[in-house]
Design a protein around this ligand. Sequence first.
Ligand SMILES: Nc1ncnc2c1ncn2[C@@H]1O[C@H](COP(=O)(O)OP(=O)(O)OP(=O)(O)O)[C@@H](O)[C@H]1O
Length: 228
Amino acid sequence: MIEISDLIYTWQNHERPTLQIKQLQIGDGEKVFLHGPSGSGKSTLLGLLAGITPIQQGSIKVLEQSLEKLSSAKRDRFRADHIGTIFQNFNLLPYLSPLENVTLGCEFSPKRRQKACAERNNVTAQAHHLLNALGLDGSLLSRSVSALSIGQQQRVAAARAFIGQPEVIIADEPTSALDADTREAFITTLFEQAKKYQATVIFVSHDKSLSHLFDRKISLPSINEANL
Ligand SMILES: Nc1ncnc2c1ncn2[C@@H]1O[C@H](COP(=O)(O)OP(=O)(O)OP(=O)(O)O)[C@@H](O)[C@H]1O
């Protein structure tokens, strides 16, 4: 599913590489907890996996596609079709409703739109279903997203990531603004959805108390140590 080999990434004006990963494989449906000290390159790795950041050296294959062989536009298309993302600040559009934010997840991908329509009759019905499954109260679905609590916004961001069944879900500290109980409950709900769609989940967090919920932990060493 995901295969990394001989990956080296150095940010501009940095003397040393931020990331050096010799070999790493992540299987279909695996739920991975990615941790490591601040600055060890967790977000950099997610950016490379999601095709947001171009690969400088080495290879990343996602679903048999070598990302380094794709142009920037093709990586954008690949991400839209196959990768759902949930970021720390959620990146929701504040002037749209939860339903509209979730259907946006299909806006740039006819493939995901088709899959969402195959599950329910149309994309809005599937957005409705996912928001319900992720625990967002029905009375909030058409309100402005800016009026929602952080926990509610997080559910909207997760539903947007899952709509149209992307094979990979990438989450960068999506629970950092929540209290401990809510965090664990959110991850459990996230996994229920992931299991349903057999999605692979790569989840970055500083909170190691969450790691027992995952199939596997991957630690990135600090920039001064040898990498994977
Ligand atoms: N856009 C960028 N331009 C230049 N350097 C960057 C950029 N993004 C990250 N870096 C550098 O890369 C290194 C790793 O950053 P990254 O955000 O990937 O680490 P992280 O492990 O996710 O950190 P944290 O746990 O603090 O979020 C840092 O030294 C950072 O300054």
